[in-house]
Write a protein of this length. Structure first.
Length: 202
């Protein structure tokens, strides 16, 4: 199984790219790091005082993500996945039976924390989505208002902090690993990526 890491700052096209690749390579297995947010009392209290808490690694259940990935690599009969409800700030879990199809199958791990897991990133296909900051802000503003019930002031504060945090946290990853930088909406760069992945699948 080949692992694809898709990371990038907030609203840079990670989900868009993941969806396109998941549709193209329809036997792919998908893990989203933002499905593994903590929902305990401590995090809820901290969120009242730290606006960017959900952009910090301590906000996710890293051990659970690693266990899910490990179960996938081991091809367990049932894989435990998490899901997070952003409106109600509640987490749920479900066991899913997957259809494993051999070593050329892709595991896609997507999210702002996907480059901070207990993985050997020398062996993964690492993609960093990049986009202009003002475009990302516009996307996040729409998403947060519709999906997460946030007002303009909240969105602006959270976005600016998350942007700084992402580029602070990814420096080490970029310096140590081979990375593909991609504008997910750019047709030429996307097609080049697809060709590369198709060659890997052969």
């Amino acid at each position: 199984m080949r692992t694809i890491i898709i990371t990038g700052p907030s609203s840079s096209g990670k989900t868009y790219l993941t969806k396109k690749l998941n549709e193209l390579f329809d036997d792919s297995i998908l893990v989203r790091t933002d499905s593994y947010y903590r929902d305990n009392i401590l995090i809820r209290i901290l969120s009242k005082f730290i606006p960017d808490i959900y952009d910090r690694p301590l906000s996710i259940k890293k051990n659970e993500i690693n266990k899910t990935i490990e179960s996938i690599y081991k091809q367990d009969k049932l894989i435990l996945f998490s899901n997070y409800d952003f409106i109600n700030q509640k987490s749920s879990r479900s066991e899913i039976s997957l259809n494993f199809k051999g070593e050329n199958q892709f595991l896609i791990i997507e999210g702002i924390f996907s480059h901070l897991l207990d993985l050997d990133y020398q062996k993964t296909i690492n993609i960093v989505c990049k986009e202009e900051k003002n475009i990302c802000y516009g996307r996040r503003k729409i998403r947060d208002q519709i999906e997460r019930g946030r007002n303009n002031i909240e969105v602006n504060l959270k976005f600016n902090r998350s942007w700084k945090l992402f580029y602070k946290n990814i420096k080490n990853f970029l310096s140590k690993n081979k990375v593909i930088t991609l504008d997910a909406a750019n047709k030429a760069t996307y097609e080049q990526l697809v060709i590369s992945l198709q060659n890997i699948k052969k």
